[in-house]
Write a protein that binds this ligand. Sequence first.
Ligand code: ADP
Length: 358
Amino acid sequence: MSEEKIQEILSQIQDPFLKKDLVSLGFVKKISLNGKKLSLSLGSSGIDNTKTENEIRKLFKEQAPDTELAEITFSAGITEHKNPKKTEIFPGVKNTIAVSSGKGGVGKSTIAANLAVALASKGFKTGLIDADIYGPSIPLMFGINEKPKVQVKDGKNKLVPVEKYGVKIMSIGFLMDMNTAVVWRGPMASSALRQFMSDVVWGELDVLFFDMPPGTGDIQLTLSQTVPLTGAVIVTTPQEISLADARKGYIMFDRVKVPTLGIIENMSYYLKPGGEKEYIFGKEGGRKMAGEFKTKLLGEIPINTKIRVSGDEGKPVVLNNPELEESVIFNGIADELITEINIANTNRTGNSEVVIEI
Ligand code: ADP
């Protein structure tokens, strides 16, 4: 039984949700063949694994009767954003996601940090680029005091991202004094970012997050055009003033043909000790915005001191207080995000229409 034959059989099986075959989705994770005994480790969108398993067993019985199909294990599968520009810039990176917000202080970095850690703890290979020139807070939120090391690769000096909590991290804050960040101009930010893309040994990653500078000015527009993005997530608080800016963010990404994978509403409410919700910044603004743009509301995150303290202590809340309701919400958002990435990637038929000009 050749690996080719196994792949050929698996190429006849469709993921029931994404409606594409397991091979072209990149969901064949591991094939272990020991004599006649075969074990498979497969990716899945999480829908109806039993049905998929039954189909696989039936096909192997018919088309490879000599093989003993022992174990089939499923785990969350992630597809690749196929884009020639991305392959050129980030050869081993499957997806790049911008975490963006219309204004500062709404929790964009907190969300980028927690989503990155949540995905890493689910077994995804995850990276995070802190591109927030106005306030690179990722080193603080991850408790990183060291600088990236330099490695010589193919005769060139390359930076090695700092790894913490399973996430590979590069930050604008590593390259400069925090206090000077704010005087950076667009070209400097773009060139630093370009360096993060071409001069860093990222290796293989399923998802690389970009913690973007807040707003929708020239800097943000340039960055969204420079990075070949799978999609963006927009962070907002529920009140109108934040939503108005978040809407501009959606429109900016739309202009450069980057799909918005969803909205995350932060500081949605405060959970009082009795369990009652207090809507400090208004109610359901993120939900309304998602409805308006026909995009997904990925989740609503309450205000909780533990989120702020965890950030300040350098350990994102999903690791610091995993049992907390807010951590459960972050994990749920991470799952939803994978689904939205997969939908976006499978909808790009031919993958040619979302090529971004640099
Ligand atoms: P941004 O990246 O949008 O500027 P940050 O992620 O730096 O925002 O968050 C600003 C401040 O608010 C930080 O001190 C952070 O810890 C805190 N914060 C963010 N989200 C929450 C939340 N849901 N509950 C409590 N504090 C939060």
